[in-house]
Write a protein that binds this ligand. Structure first.
Ligand code: COA
Ligand code: NAD
Length: 683
């Protein structure tokens, strides 16, 4: 194995190369290596020291894997301090991404040269941290307060050209390591010795408001804002001391652990998109050009795939064409493309067809027609007859049994589910459903396609609702049981938003439409089932009032004047159902609502793992975070349960199950894990 930090001296220039694959993170060996290399270079009497990275990155930041253990000296903050204090000027040659600690190293150098297009930023808040090696104090001295706030508090990454405009890098050059040997060193003091940035209360207030809006519930952004603000009010050394104290407090926080968990879960999911096997997808057929089909087709086209969009009649085809036109128009209005380019792209990528006659061959056909088993089977029979047996066939069903949809197909090994989330061209999550006969090559090809679509794929087995909708169903059912017992929709929604969910369960239903879940309950015969606690409230709202959500102007809430307000109609139905069940309604505090709702999600998650529907607990977390608005900074339900102690969760769930065995049950897997002292991540 090569040394993580290498020093070479050529004439009067020393070159220090950080070589710690895959991303040159500042692990302990790198920090140690930097200190020794710096000292050796200074002792050799060189005139300048060039610091660069091997491979595609300069330095991507701290090694996030080290954060689970206590810090080991030398700390990066101290290494950075030595670089800044070096009697020999150190020049940063940013060959690739300079993120987090990587940028902090560069900020302490006397000159920063960057290769074109590289990423620069301080994304620590996205991992629940603040920069810990001077970033909050040095960056504002270079850029002023407003730009530093926007970069540090939002964890935004910019490219080299923007970094040059902001004064973060001195020049963008094609070969920074070579240019760094001779490029003149500016006659300015070290960054830490520059005058403090001017105070800017308006920018600080704006950043606080933005953080409350966009990163509600998270501890790191307000701390980051306070530290950047401190740069304008306190001496450099005091700013550094505050930064260090905050960094260490956050490093040990639950939020940082949760955000790290999601970060590594995402990396593991993305690794699946790089596996070989099956065809590379260059052409696709999408059947059904409604909400989902159009957005899926648009996403495929965006990845350079040619798409034939199929509807069953002329009116459907016209609607599909309009839907695609609207998606392009949206991109134009957001300034992502020009009207002319959009038109050319649409013409080059899309063909619209009515029926299956003369369908061109394609690498994949994705079905997104009505959620009806018979209709979907007809579609696949037609596709199988019209296409070669090499074409992968995929269904976008939300709930239906993928194996039953595939029955009778000549090549079921080529069949799978691809469960996109709405809006499909924006949402990052993709559930990849492995059917009974799905071949490994089919899965590999679909996973690579997910990578091209820039999705986060999660593998799931066949069951009603797969991972996400199965948990959603259980979650909603548990909330409905609370309505019956005394809660009201607005109270449940507020409690779940307070927990950090992007929206409450009833607000979401009003947005997506009450008819979808209604049809599902009907399909599953909930009304007559005795193994669940059936709550009739939602069915009565649909059947008796026709309130289907925002699209009908009323749902769980009234929308007179556009704003959601509690509905007397709904509250009357809720009260009637409580009375009918002989329940004396009682108040529900937000904490109890959250405890019950999350217990239901977590219990279902364990059942999903036990049934082999999900491969790993972290996948369930990814589904909830990316598909259902579960707060990322809680790490997903499975992480949340494990972090709070599985034994404690088991005890809570047992108590709930004892009180209401129809709503709560204890999966055997959870009992086994607690008995064995293992975490769900070890499965
Ligand atoms: N600590 C530890 N490991 C890291 C890491 C970090 N900060 N950043 C990336 N890695 C690992 C990944 O887990 C992955 O490992 P694997 O191959 O075992 O799965 C590997 O490095 C490659 O990362 P990947 O993201 O797949 O590569 P990429 O080329 O797509 O992206 C980066 C490279 C640097 C842009 C991206 O990894 C990134 O944004 N990293 C985080 C930067 C950050 O937040 N730094 C602040 C830390 S405080
Ligand atoms: P939609 O009603 O908006 O679109 C369905 C489209 O399919 C319509 O344009 C219709 O004309 C067309 N169609 C119907 N039968 C057809 C046939 N035999 N041949 C060709 N076209 C036909 O519905 P949607 O919301 O896009 O949902 C489609 C599928 O995606 C469903 O299975 C649904 O469960 C699933 N899904 C929906 C969402 C969502 O949030 N809407 C999310 C994930 C998955």
């Amino acid at each position: 194995m090569s040394e993580p930090v290498r020093l070479s001296i050529e004439g009067s220039v020393a070159r220090i190369v950080i070589d710690n694959p895959p991303v040159n993170a500042t692990a302990l060996a790198v920090r140690q290596g930097l200190v020794s290399a710096l000292e050796a270079a200074i002792a050799a009497g060189v005139a300048r020291i060039v610091l660069t990275g091997a491979g595609r990155t300069f330095v991507a930041g701290a090694d996030a894997r080290e954060f689970d253990a206590p810090p080991q000296p030398p700390l990066l903050a101290d290494v950075v301090e030595r670089i800044e204090q070096s009697p020999v000027p150190v020049v940063a040659a940013l060959n690739g991404a300079a993120l987090g600690g990587g940028l902090e190293i560069a900020l302490a150098c006397r000159l920063r040269l960057a290769a074109p297009g590289i990423a620069v930023g301080l994304p620590e808040v996205t991992l629940g941290l603040v920069p810990g090696a001077g970033g909050t104090q040095r960056l504002p001295r270079l850029t002023g307060l407003a730009a530093a706030l926007s970069l540090i508090a939002e964890g935004r990454t910019i490219d080299a050209a923007q970094a040059e405009r902001l004064g973060i890098v001195d020049a963008v050059v094609s070969d920074p390591a070579e240019a760094a040997r001779t490029h003149p060193i500016p006659a300015r003091p070290a960054t830490g010795a520059l005058p403090p940035p001017a105070a800017d209360n308006a920018a600080v207030e704006a950043a606080r408001a933005q953080a409350r809006r966009r990163m509600a519930g998270q501890n790191a952004p307000p701390e980051a804002i306070a530290l950047v603000d401190a740069a304008a009010h306190f001496p450099f050394s005091e700013g550094l001391a505050r930064e260090r104290a905050t960094f260490f407090a956050l490093r040990n926080s639950d939020q940082a652990a949760a955000l790290r968990h999601v970060f590594f879960a995402e990396r593991a999911a993305l690794a699946r998109t790089r596996q070989p096997g099956g065809p590379d997808i260059a052409s696709a057929i999408v059947v059904g050009g409604g909400t989902m089909g159009a957005a899926i087709a648009y996403a495929l086209a965006g990845a350079g795939i040619t798409v034939t969009l199929v509807e069953s009649d002329a009116a459907g085809t016209a609607r599909a064409r309009d839907n695609i036109g609207r998606l392009y128009a949206e991109a134009v209005s957001r300034g992502r493309t020009s009207a002319a380019a959009a038109e050319a792209d649409c013409a080059a990528r899309f063909t619209f067809r009515t029926g299956y006659d003369g369908l061109p061959p394609a690498d994949i056909a994705i079905e997104a027609v009505f959620e009806d088993l018979a209709v979907k089977r007809q579609v696949f029979a037609a596709l199988a007859a019209a296409l070669p047996q090499t074409t992968i066939l995929a269904t976008n069903t939300s709930f239906l049994d993928v194996n039953r949809i595939a029955e009778g197909l000549p090549a079921p090994a080529r069949f799978l589910g691809l469960h996109f989330f709405s809006p499909a061209h924006i949402m990052k999550l993709l559930e990849v459903i492995r059917g009974r006969d799905t071949a490994p090559e089919t899965l590999a090809a679909a996973l690579r396609l997910a990578g091209r679509l820039k999705k986060i794929p999660v593998l799931a087995g066949v069951c009603d609702g797969f991972i996400g909708n199965r948990i959603l169903t259980r979650y909603r059912q548990t909330c409905d049981v609370m309505l019956l017992a005394g809660a009201l929709p607005a109270g449940v929604d507020a409690a779940m938003r307070g927990f950090g969910m992007a929206m409450g369960p009833y607000e979401v239903q009003d947005l997506s439409g009450l008819d979808i879940a209604y049809a599902n309950r009907k399909r599953l015969g909930w009304r007559t089932r005795t193994d669940i606690r059936y709550v009739a409230i939602a069915d009565r709202i649909v059947e008796e009032t026709g309130r289907l959500g925002r699209k009908t102007g009323a749902g769980w809430y009234d929308y007179a004047g556009g704003r959601a307000t509690p509905s007397a109609t709904v509250e009357a139905i809720v009260a009637e159902e409580s009375a009918r069940a002989g329940i004396v309604r009682r108040p529900f505090a937000a904490g109890e609502i959250v405890a019950r709702a999350t217990a239901a999600m977590i219990a279902e998650g364990f059942a999903i793992l036990e049934d082999g529907i999900a491969e790993r607990a972290a996948d369930i977390d990814l589904v909830l975070v990316h598909g259902y608005g579960f707060p990322r900074w809680r790490g997903g339900p499975m992480h949340d349960a494990a972090r709070g102690g599985l034994a404690a969760f088991l005890a809570r769930l047992e108590a709930l199950a004892a009180e209401d065995p129809l709503t709560f049950s204890v999966p055997g897997l959870l009992r086994r894990l607690v008995a064995e002292g293992r975490s769900p991540d070890e499965i």
